[in-house]
Design a protein around this ligand. Structure first.
Ligand code: JD8
Length: 238
C-alpha cells in the first residue's frame, strides 16, 4: 500500500530530491518463533485476535536505534493509529511536519495490546469517526498531510499557506473554460480581468460557503471586520 505513495506524484519528486523518505517495517520480521507469530487470543476472551507487544516494541526500538544518531531524531513522535486517538486535523499535520522523523504504528484487522499505547506510543491519532479495517490508510493520510507541509515539497507554485483548512475557510468556487457550458455561465467578475475585484469575490465566496456548509469553522477563521459583517448579516436574515 505504501509503495503507491512513493511511486508517483509530488512525493516521488520530493523523495528523489531527498526532502523526505518513507520506510516501511514489517513487525513479522521482528518475531523469534518459527511461525513469525504477531498476534494471539485476547485475555478474558472475546472475538478476534490481538497484536502481541513484543514484535511492535522490537520493531520500533530497532528503528529508534537506527535513527538515534541522526539530526532531530530525539523526541521522535511514535504515533499509534487508532479509532480512539485524537481527531486528526490540519493543525496536527502542521505540528507533525516540523519533526525530522515520525514513527507510525498501524495494525490490520486486529486490536493492539494495551501496553503498546501505555508504554511505547507517544501519541494516538484517529483520522475520523468511521471504521477502517486497519491503520494503513490512516497512516497514509497522516503522512500525506504532514509531508506536503515540509518546505520545498510542493514547490513554489502551490503554497500550503493558502490551502483551505489552513486559512480556516472552505475553498471558493472555481471555473475554467468554456465561459458558457450547456447554458451555464461563469460569474461575470471572473471574466472582468479586475484582479482586486476577483480577490474580493474569492474571499467573500469562501466566507459564504463556509457559513453555509461548515459554520463551526468560522469561529476559528481569521476574518476582517468587513467579513464578520457579511457573516452577521447573513445569520440575521435567516
Ligand atoms: C487502526 C485495526 C480495525 C480495530 C475492530 C475494525 C484510525 N479513523 C479510524 N477508523 N478506524 C481506524 C483504525 C482501525 C483499525 C486499526 C486504525 C487497526 N483496525 C479494528 C479493532 C477493533 N476494528 C482509524 N486511525
Amino acid at each position: 500500500m505504501f509503495q503507491s505513495m512513493v511511486s508517483d506524484g509530488i512525493f516521488k519528486r520530493a523523495i528523489d530530491r531527498r526532502l523526505v523518505s518513507i520506510n516501511t517495517h514489517n513487525i513479522r520480521d521482528y518475531t523469534h518463533d518459527k511461525h513469525h507469530t504477531v498476534d494471539d487470543y485476547p485475555y478474558g476472551g472475546g472475538a478476534g485476535m490481538v497484536l502481541k507487544p513484543e514484535p511492535i516494541f522490537e520493531t520500533v526500538e530497532a528503528i529508534l536505534a537506527d535513527t538515534s544518531g541522526k539530526d532531530g531524531a530525539k523526541g521522535t513522535p511514535i504515533i499509534l493509529l487508532t479509532p480512539q486517538g485524537r481527531l486528526f486535523s490540519q493543525q496536527i499535520a502542521l505540528e507533525l511536519s516540523k519533526n525530522s522523523h515520525l514513527i507510525l504504528i498501524c495494525g490490520h484487522y486486529e486490536g493492539v495490546d494495551e501496553r503498546v499505547r501505555e508504554h511505547l506510543a507517544t501519541d494516538e491519532i484517529s483520522i475520523g469517526d468511521y471504521v477502517l479495517s486497519g491503520g494503513e490508510l490512516a497512516a497514509m493520510v497522516v503522512v500525506e498531510a504532514a509531508i506536503r507541509l515540509v518546505p520545498g515539497v510542493l514547490g513554489s507554485a502551490a503554497s500550503p499557506i493558502d490551502d483551505s483548512h489552513a486559512t480556516g475557510l472552505l475553498e471558493y468556487p472555481q471555473y475554467t473554460r468554456p465561459p458558457e457550458y450547456r447554458g451555464w455561465g461563469v460569474p461575470e467578475v471572473l471574466l472582468s480581468g479586475n484582479h482586486a475585484r476577483v480577490a474580493r469575490w474569492h474571499r467573500e465566496q469562501a466566507v459564504i460557503r463556509t457559513l453555509e456548509r461548515r459554520p463551526e469553522l468560522l469561529a476559528k477563521a481569521n476574518l476582517s471586520s468587513a467579513e464578520r459583517e457579511i457573516v452577521d448579516r447573513r445569520q440575521q436574515s435567516k
